[in-house]
Write a protein that binds this ligand. Sequence first.
Ligand code: COA
Ligand code: MG
Length: 313
Amino acid sequence: MTAPPERLCRSTLYVPASRPDMVAKAAASAADAVCIDLEDAVAPDQKETSRAAVVRALTTLEFGHRTRLVRINGLDTPFAYRDLIDVLEAAGAHVDAVMVPKARGPDDIRFVATLLGQIEARMGFSRPIGIEAQIETAAGFLWVREIAASSERLEALIFGSGDYAASMRMPLADIGGMDEHDAAYPGHRWHAVMHGIVAAARANGLRAIDGPFANFKDEAGLARATATARALGFDGKQCIHPAQLAPVNATFSPPAAEIEWARAVVAAYRAATQTGHGAVAVNGKMIDAANIRMAETTLRRAELMAANARETP
Ligand code: COA
Ligand code: MG
């Protein structure tokens, strides 16, 4: 298993392919990744013309350090194969990864991977295009382990609560939010699927991303949903509005004190192992190999943040 390329992914900003004005703003936003959407944000009669808009945006706009994603339509629609061929033949050299919605099983990912391989070979692209899979149906949840291990191109698993609720016939008032139905259930209704996604991602070296919070005026609700995703181990969260980027980036950025602690832990552990000890005390707390792994994750994330901050714009 080869590890996917390292990318900072605290925030992914969705932008409809049919809104070139907004795509330009997204390309210069505070998002770590921009996802130009051909799926649910584009009306059916705009699907065909939107592909050319995606190609134009990718080939003319400067995205800087931001990861460039394109969300294709589902593989159960008549649009998906042409989304891949038309957009990637023309602009594949400017795409980092394709997002596959409503992944139903490993065959969906393998189909996209095979087509990507053919397009790359035909067009002479030297850099492989990655895949991100949305886990947002009952089938996606049940096959999440197999999906996570389905292709070397796979980089991330993403939770989508709106479509998941629809697929499960769970009532849901607000995509990404908690509503009165949560009061009727003693726990967190998304816990099983969210935990499953993070475990499947971690077991395969993938990133885990939470879905968006639709009510972009509700700051407290976004903060609660983002903190929940962070607590469950997700690396980042999708956003639908630029106002959501700063709070989401902040939640997924390790605080300065955590970075300082991580440096102290790594230094103390290195010094200890040189003298034959596996566990040491730092500021009155026991540190062993498990703390080192957490500390190294924190430091790696901090390095990526610093590298992106050095870049312009
Ligand atoms: N990307 C880039 N810019 C965006 C944006 C986005 N997703 N959403 C809003 N903006 C811009 C607006 O163009 C506006 O810019 P301006 O100040 O230069 O005029 C500014 O941010 C403020 O926008 P606002 O007026 O608050 O919202 P809106 O009514 O223009 O748009 C939505 C609201 C929901 C239609 C819009 O945020 C959107 O389309 N989001 C993405 C939807 C999507 O892709 N969904 C699919 C995945 S679930
Ligand atoms: Mg969806």
